[in-house]
Design a protein around this ligand. Structure first.
Ligand SMILES: Cc1cc2nc3c(=O)[nH]c(=O)nc-3n(C[C@H](O)[C@H](O)[C@H](O)COP(=O)(O)OP(=O)(O)OC[C@H]3O[C@@H](n4cnc5c(N)ncnc54)[C@H](O)[C@@H]3O)c2cc1C
Length: 435
């Protein structure tokens, strides 16, 4: 059965979330605007404002809605989460206020699936409670898109693993209590069995952050960068720090990256919706050449394109969430890749139009569009670049394709017309229309 219906009871919750995000979360975006602020557990002022908000979210039963009940969440599933996330996506702080911020969501899933009881007590519970934050450390300075190029390695020495190598763009490393690190443990093994995953305490000797790399909206000479360039210098961890089995690093990474990508897509729907609201308000407020912007056909075209593209993207995201909820694990893989590709393009196009229609104000730092624009390139890169996901979609589409047996396509008009004439020859002859 197909349905586009939201249960009234859940709609009430969505309405509450919408108001709460506008009234309570969006102000935090302005008060604490740096990219790292939601993750900085050491910022006492921000935490003093954050804590009561998180408590209110918990009271409403809306905390950590990506989690199943055995991990303390309501177990809503991805479709309801999508409807929530598209509201949370409107504010940079909202995911932290609601306990659904990346990369902690994915890292908590990994710990829940592969962690020991001790690791769950030490890391998972405080992470779920919003008391600590975490980092996922996979990309290397010389290689990101292709894990086969990774060289950071780990070897066994007695009762310990020793990790050595460099990682790049490990988001929030400077605030994290632990890092989940991917390292080569068997260089001779096949591509997808060479690497293993480790949980590493951030204060372990040898975890050295060389610098905190900023994104393109951050000046080079300030200390606000949040993407760690890390050197792991013979970092020693116990044997049970390995998450999953030896050589299962890729499998463990996939367990978290799929969820992360679709959650980003859900939140991006919300960002696009916010940009379109700004576009429409501007269009009916601003005059030029004796009439409102909304009366100019160029502007109407921009509005229509934006609304159509967002509707297409949103339906794709919701369908993907529905596949995750209703079909076996892995069934949504290609759809997640489709969402990842579409997310970057749709976001770019809509935010660009919003900025254009706001003129110089759009190019300033005085509207939310500034932060949105700064995020555009990241959406096409984080969790793997657009090209890699397009390749996956194409390969999945080609998997069942068969070459034509003859010179011309099987869907060839001349050949098929001949078949049609043969099939209906009797009738065509009787009616005297056969040619
Ligand atoms: C905001 C942000 C946050 C991030 N957070 C993290 C994090 O927390 N942890 C982490 O480990 N990493 C993180 N990353 C890194 C991210 O995963 C990598 O940027 C991504 O995988 C691409 O790797 P790369 O940057 O090394 O680019 P490269 O691998 O050098 O690729 C550069 C470009 O080459 C092209 N390309 C690559 N492969 C192909 C191909 N097969 N075919 C055709 N063209 C191709 C694409 O245009 C691609 O953008 C983050 C990145 C960003 C931007």
């Amino acid at each position: 059965m197909w349905s586009f219906f939201t249960e009234p009871e859940f709609q009430t919750k969505l309405d509450w979330i919408k108001q709460f995000v506008k009234d309570e979360c969006e102000p935090l975006d302005l008060l604490f605007p740096h990219n790292g602020d939601p993750y900085d557990t050491g910022n006492a002022t921000a935490r003093a404002i954050l804590k009561p908000l998180q408590d209110e979210v918990k009271r409403q039963g809306l905390w950590a809605c990506h989690l199943d009940p055995h991990l303390g969440g309501p177990g809503y599933g991805q479709l309801k989460l999508a409807l929530m996330n598209e509201i949370l996506g409107r504010s940079y702080w909202a995911p932290t206020v609601f306990g659904t911020a990346a990369p902690d969501t994915g890292n908590s899933e990994i710990l829940a699936m592969f962690g020991t009881e001790e690791q769950k007590t030490r890391y998972l519970q405080p992470l779920l409670d919003g008391e600590i934050v975490s980092c996922f450390s996979m990309t290397e300075p010389h290689a990101g898109s292709d894990p086969r190029e990774f060289t950071c390695k780990a070897w066994r020495d007695g009762d310990e693993w020793v990790i050595e190598g460099e990682k790049w763009f490990s988001s929030n490393a400077r605030f994290a209590s632990f890092l989940i690190v991917m390292a080569v443990t068997d260089p001779e093994a096949s591509t997808y069995s060479r690497m293993s995953m480790f949980v590493v305490p951030a204060d372990a000797p040898g975890v050295n952050i060389l610098r905190n790399v900023g994104t393109l909206d951050e000046p080079l000479d300030t200390d606000h960068g949040t993407h760690g360039y890390i050197r792991y210098e013979k970092v020693r961890v116990p044997l049970d720090a390995m998450l999953g089995g030896p050589g299962e690093g890729f499998k463990v990474a996939q367990a978290r990256l799929g969820g992360g990508r679709i959650h980003h897509a859900m939140r991006t729907v919300g960002q696009c919706a916010r940009a379109i609201e700004m576009i429409t308000e501007r269009a009916v407020s601003r005059r030029t050449k004796g009439k409102l912007l909304s009366e100019h056909e160029f502007a109407q075209g921009m509005i229509a394109d934006s609304v159509i593209e967002l509707e297409q993207f949103r339906l794709m995201v919701l369908k993907t969430a529905w596949i995750i909820d209703t079909q076996p694990h892995g069934a949504a893989r290609t759809h997640i890749a489709m969402c990842k590709v579409a997310m970057a393009r749709v976001y770019h196009d809509i935010v660009q139009r919003a900025i254009q229609l706001h003129g110089s104000l759009g190019a300033s730092n005085e509207t939310p569009l500034a932060r949105m624009w700064a995020l555009v390139p990241s959406l096409a890169l984080a969790d793997g670049p657009t090209e890699v996901h397009k390749i996956q979609v194409a390969k999945a589409t080609l998997r069942n394709a068969q070459a034509t047996p003859g010179l011309f396509p099987t869907d060839h008009n001349v050949t098929r017309l001949k078949e049609a004439r043969r099939r209906f020859a009797d009738v065509l002859a009787t009616e005297g229309v056969a040619r």
